[in-house]
Design a protein around this ligand. Structure first.
Ligand SMILES: Nc1ncnc2c1ncn2[C@@H]1O[C@H](COP(=O)(O)OP(=O)(O)OP(=O)(O)O)[C@@H](O)[C@H]1O
Length: 768
């Protein structure tokens, strides 16, 4: 590239930055005006809220005025927020207005046109697009096309054009740092630069360097089930976030950020990714971990988490055939079948009691349920039963309202209680005083019987926990599960319930049964459901999530090689199983094989751990070989660990010591915390501190660190292939440096002929 050309491009950058600066000044003035106006209205509002509340007439008038003011405040606040967002976007653009340029020749134009692509559009005062948003239809050719004839989708249909040039820029603080032309999707040079620079405090957006397959994930608007299987560090999480930004742009009119939900692997991860969407001018989607979701659904029960289960499985190995069945689509189908065949007498209705006495008996409830046609789905009969009970409750309230104690209570009401009981009804709204008294009497009884009302509303008159036992007892078993094994499952479930506990395997089928029998549990607002680290979810859980978000399109991303909690499955089998289980009409599988996170030596080592690791393509970024440090007793191991930590801390912001489980993390913490500023992370932590952190690998899922030290990769700790996934996940968290500490002989997974010694730096303890 000639210096002349760079000077010419810099000239354009200067011009665009100048125009953005002018727009920033204007918008700042607009912001100040909006802020001023809002402050005035708020001041007025607070003066109004202190007016007389006790005179009824005044109260009505004030309340109408307040409502108007409240609406005004909310409109002005929204306006102010919009301007604030614009300011943030302009500030970002001012630093780096764009990262790409495409020159195209449209068939009906005489001259080629140069378009510049950045994180947001910038249009000058004459409506010229100085920068195109990366999500605009035309921008797709920057990511997808090689030079020559290319096509792109627009709302008006597919368009053709001739792509003459593709240029990439790295612009920092308004200065072009580098620029080059490329025929590739997005050239490696740019990626080299970005990946080499990265550090791990929070994730960055990748819009300047999105790769072709990633772009397919990001721009897919057709699939109702999109399954992405990608190797560690291939950009699955990045793709999710850029996809969300794309979808929000694409369906701006009918999709809001809070109609998108992401199931994330842990809370640290939620924080780690939280800057990406705001950096693209979008709000964050909702985020929840599976544990949070289940806890919320089972209030009052202590639901086992994936982490608890992982720890307990290490101590008490489980029967895999039984668990596979419990977590299968077949189990969920069995639940659905069971629910459709329940007669009123099969259901475990319980009495609704009040102050120790039966208020509605279970037989009465069963008879009501039985009175509705069996052709109705169970949940509908249940809802009708609730309504019938509500009606009977209202009758009982009306009768009880005539009782003497109620009249006595009314006589003794203070003025304030009297007003409170009237609630939204106002004095004078009743034609006769008797009506008002009657209303108050029913209010008093209703309040007293709130417990009964709640029991009806929440459907507490069906004992779902006993119902689940009944389901388990008749559940058709596959051939490889014996009745004795199943009885043990039933016994354990009953025992757990007695102690208000629930095993993770029971959560999805039990919730599903509850929803199908009593209704509810579904969120019809969600339009997109994303599941990251899907390999840690059972099919039963995914079936449940689909039921819980019935209108949502599903994007499931994972890496079966990183399965810490279960066996590896091929992507194709997975899609087939999921497609059937989730009844997907338009399903699509995208596989990502290129790994971007780690240096070439680290990825080369990590992939060699896997039986079919040669499918993984390492991105060619230089770095040191992974270092294996072997010591033969604990004292020298910790001495070596301290030494490694010091040297890693000298060059890296964060050093993560990753362990196999919590017990090991606690132990390492105990041994080191006196000498280092060390943080042990647990599943309640939300933020990642810098310095040294120690955590079990399952809490590091989805995260990355400048430097990783794998604690004790000895043969004793990682004896066989069962631990391949764990070791691979640990190794693949490292971006720049990886150290493997072994106390005693190293694991056969590492000391294997598949891993040439020349791929590692091995440091044995020196004998005296
Ligand atoms: N196209 C890209 N341009 C720049 N950086 C990228 C690109 N794709 C991925 N990366 C970087 O590679 C790293 C790994 O990406 P990400 O965490 O999204 O991968 P992942 O597939 O979710 O990984 P894992 O399954 O191991 O958690 C991140 O630092 C991300 O920013």
């Amino acid at each position: 590239m000639t210096t002349n050309e760079q000077a010419h491009e810099q000239h354009r950058v200067d011009d665009v930055v100048h125009q953005i600066g002018q727009r920033l000044d204007r918008t700042t003035a607009e912001y100040n005006d909006a802020h001023h106006e809002l402050r005035n209205v708020l001041k007025n509002y607070s003066e109004n809220t202190s007016v007389n509340w006790f005179e009824v007439d005044d109260r009505i008038e004030t309340s109408a005025e307040l409502q108007q003011q409240r609406a005004l405040v909310s409109r002005l606040t929204e306006n102010q927020n919009i301007i604030q967002d614009q300011l943030a976007t302009y500030r970002e653009l001012q630093k780096s207005p764009y990262f790409g340029r495409i020159d195209i020749q449209d068939p009906d134009e005489t001259k080629p046109e140069s378009l510049y692509i950045g994180t947001a559009s910038f249009v000058d005062d004459d409506e010229n697009f100085l920068v195109y948003d990366w999500r605009a239809p035309i921008s797709s050719i920057y990511y997808n096309g090689v030079l020559g004839q290319v096509a792109y989708d627009t709302p008006a249909g597919r368009q053709q054009t001739d792509l003459l040039k593709k240029r990439q820029f790295l612009i920092q603080d308004g200065q072009i740092q580098s620029m080059f032309d490329t025929n590739e999707t997005v050239g490696d040079e740019m990626l080299q630069h970005v990946l080499g620079e990265q550090n791990d405090t929070t994730m960055q957006n990748i819009v300047a360097t999105i790769q072709r397959e990633q772009n397919d994930i990001i721009r897919d608007v057709h699939s109702d089930l999109l399954v992405v299987q990608g190797v560690a560090g291939s950009g699955k999480t990045s793709a999710i976030l850029q996809r969300i930004a794309f979808l929000l742009y694409h369906s701006r009119r009918d999709l809001e950020a809070d109609q998108i939900v992401l199931f994330s692997p842990n809370r640290l991860f939620s924080h780690y990714i939280s800057d990406v969407l705001p950096s693209l001018g979008e709000r964050n989607m909702r985020q929840v971990t599976l544990a949070e979701f289940l806890t919320q659904r089972f209030q009052g029960l202590n639901v086992q988490t994936q982490f608890d289960r992982y720890e307990s499985d290490q101590q008490h190995p489980v029967n895999q055939a039984v668990r596979n069945f419990q977590e299968s689509a077949a189990m969920m189908t069995a639940v659905a079948d069971y629910c459709t065949h329940q007669t009123a007498t099969d259901l475990k209705f319980t009495d609704i009691r009040f102050k120790g006495r039966v208020f509605f008996g279970h037989q009465e409830i069963q008879d009501i349920y039985d009175s509705f046609p069996t052709t109705f789905p169970a949940a509908e009969r249940f809802l009708k039963t609730k309504n019938a009970l509500e009606k009977r409750l209202r009758q009982r309230i009306a009768e009880e309202a005539k009782a003497d104690w109620v009249r006595d209570t009314i006589d003794q009401l203070s003025d304030e209680d009297y007003h409170n009981l009237l609630g939204s009804k106002h004095l004078g709204q009743f034609e006769q005083l008797d009506d008002e008294i009657d209303f108050l009497a029913r209010q008093i009884v209703r309040r007293r019987l709130r417990q009964v009302d709640d029991a009806i509303y929440n459907g507490y008159f069906l004992d779902v926990y006993s119902q689940y036992t009944a389901f388990l007892k008749q559940c058709p078993l596959p051939e490889n599960v014996t009745t004795d094994q199943w009885q043990a499952i039933i016994d354990r479930y009953q025992h757990d319930i007695e102690f208000h506990k629930l095993a993770l395997t029971d959560a999805a089928p039990l919730l599903y049964m509850r929803d199908l029998l009593i209704g509810g549990g579904q969120n019809h607002q969600m339009q997109h459901l994303f599941v990251d680290e899907m390999q840690d979810y059972s099919i039963a859980q995914l079936v449940y999530l689909q039921h819980a978000f019935p209108r949502a399109k599903l994007t499931l991303l994972g890496d079966s090689e990183q399965a810490l909690f279960k066996a590896v499955e091929s992507p194709e089998d997975l899609l087939k199983n999921l497609g059937v289980a989730l009844h997907a009409k338009k399903s699509r599988l995208i596989t990502l094989r290129r790994s971007y996170r780690s240096t070439l030596p680290i990825t080369t080592f990590a992939k060699a751990l896997l039986p079919d690791g040669d499918k993984i393509e390492a991105f060619n970024r230089d770095g040191d070989l992974p270092k294996v440090v072997i010591r033969y007793d604990t004292a020298s191991a910790f001495k070596a660990l301290a030494h490694e930590l010091r040297s890693e801390l000298a060059t890296n912001g964060t050093v993560a010591i990753l362990t196999k489980n919590t017990a090991e993390a606690k132990y390492v913490y105990q041994e080191l915390h006196m000498d280092f500023d060390l943080t042990r992370l647990t599943d309640t932590d939300r933020t990642l501190p810098t310095g040294v952190v120690v955590l079990p690998i399952y809490l590091a899922k989805g995260l990355e660190f400048d430097s990783v030290i794998a604690y004790n990769v000895s043969a004793e700790n990682y004896p066989d292939q069962q631990f391949t996934g764990t070791l691979y996940t640990i190794a693949s968290r490292a971006m720049h440096h990886l150290t493997l500490l072994s106390i005693g002989p190293v694991s056969p997974l590492i000391a294997s002929e598949k891993i040439p010694q020349s791929d590692l730096r091995i440091e044995h303890e020196l004998s005296n």
